[in-house]
Design a protein around this ligand. Structure first.
Ligand code: CS2
Ligand code: MG
Length: 402
């Protein structure tokens, strides 16, 4: 078996996606998601200009060797663009291998460890009332875990709050929007938000919250401690994760579980976090973190430190990425939870999927491979539309974490 074609498609069915399509000489197609929100063309170029010609002619069954070829062989290692490209190649190769063996991908990852994949949905609101009402609707739909985000009084923008109907999409056309931030206002607001959510919805529902990298370690320690009475399932990205040892301060002051890593792109970003047990969930998704090959190594390493997976699953990761995550989530023992934001109807005009939602969990397709199809003709109807993620400034104008 040889790879005959490597094609990259950039389309915008509701939002931009980059899709890698590998085709073997006997016509088997493998798909990979190479979407990196706001940097789509960089990854498309990396694949087209630096990977495709080296892929054609290779035996797609040699997944481990091909992974190292594109990781070590590139000389310039790690980073979101490189690793998104390698991730897409890797997932497409696993898709081909499973299809060639006529089996769903999870069977190549150890088979089913559970019946379903528990997910968490997003409840967002421009006020505490709105956020609580949104949580109530999701609970009524059967979700057992809900992420709660609300606007912060006195701030014009807050991460995670949709501008209008149609779900939350942070990337906007043109150059980056500028948002304003004040940690003191935020730190005063969030404990009151969760006091209300627990009062309205009880103690059984799993509650999650995303700080989105915006606190210093001591501020994050204070928030994690203030939230202890509300028993969060996790507090996500409490600090910017580059300083892994910064998480020690949070651990020293609180028992609130910590999730981090959606902006990481290799296992090396977790070394201190795991060996010092500074986190409880790892968020780095398969489509940004080196694919199934690399995440398999990281998840196994994490399992020895009681760390579970909680993969990033926003709508700027395509249905291919979610399908790959679901097969992985189903198979590994140290699965924690899967983020789930429903893609738009136009996204599903392009991507056909086999997974389905039932009672707050996703059920994985038993079709061979990932169980995802990509309609190139439909994709051509949705041309790429340049968009940028926002930037964030403190109230005095200082550029800060978004
Ligand atoms: C967020 C994302 O889903 C999450 O946890 O952090 O919405 C993130 O902001 C986007 O994926 C960025 O493109
Ligand atoms: Mg997040």
């Amino acid at each position: 078996m040889k790879l005959a074609k490597a094609e990259v498609f950039v389309c915008c069915p509701g939002r931009n996606f980059v899709t890698l399509k590998l085709t073997t000489d006997d016509g088997i197609v493998g798909l990979g998601d190479a979407t990196l929100n706001g940097r789509e063309l960089a990854v498309a170029s990396y694949l087209n200009d630096h990977c495709s010609s080296a892929l054609v002619g290779r035996d797609p069954r040699n997944i481990e060797d091909i992974w190292h070829y594109f990781y070590r062989g590139a000389y310039w290692r790690r980073g979101p663009v490189t690793m998104a490209a390698i991730s897409a190649i890797d997932v497409a190769l696993w898709d081909i291998k499973a299809k060639s063996l006529n089996t769903p991908l999870y069977n190549l990852l150890g088979g089913k460890s559970r019946r379903e994949v528990l997910v968490y949905a997003h409840a967002n609101g421009k006020s505490v009332d709105e956020a609580s009402a949104a949580a109530g609707e999701l609970i009524a739909q059967g979700f057992r875990a809900v992420r709660i985000q609300s606007s912060v009084p006195g701030l014009s923008h807050t991460y995670g709050i949709a501008k209008g109907p149609g779900g939350y999409e942070p990337a906007q056309p043109g150059i980056a929007e500028e948002h304003a931030w004040d940690s003191a206002k935020y730190l005063r607001h969030v404990p009151a938000l969760f006091e209300r959510i627990r009062a309205d919805h009880g103690s059984e529902i799993h509650l999650l919250h995303d700080v989105h990298h915006r606190l210093t370690p001591i501020e994050a320690a204070r928030l994690a401690k203030d939230l202890e009475p509300y028993r969060l399932f996790w507090l996500e990205d409490p600090v910017a994760g580059e300083l892994q040892e910064g998480l020690r301060l949070i651990r020293r002051h609180s028992t609130t579980p910590i999730a981090i890593g959606e902006v990481f792109n290799t296992a090396y970003d977790f070394s201190t976090l795991l060996t010092e047990q500074l986190i409880d969930y790892l968020r780095m998704p398969i489509c940004h973190g080196g694919g199934i090959t690399h995440l398999s190594k990281l998840a196994a390493w994490a399992s020895f430190y009681h760390v579970q997976t909680g993969f990033h699953g926003a709508t700027d990761l395509s249905p291919i990425a979610l399908a790959a995550a679901l097969h992985f989530d189903l198979a590994i023992n140290n699965f924690g939870i899967q983020e789930y934001m429903p893609h738009s109807a136009s996204t599903f005009d392009v991507f056909g999927v086999g997974y389905s939602l039932a009672q707050g969990a996703l059920v994985v397709s038993d079709a061979p491979g990932l169980g995802v199809t990509f309609d190139e003709v439909a994709a051509a109807r949705f041309p790429y539309a340049p968009a940028s993620l926002p930037v964030n400034r403190k109230l005095d104008g200082t550029l800060y974490h978004w």
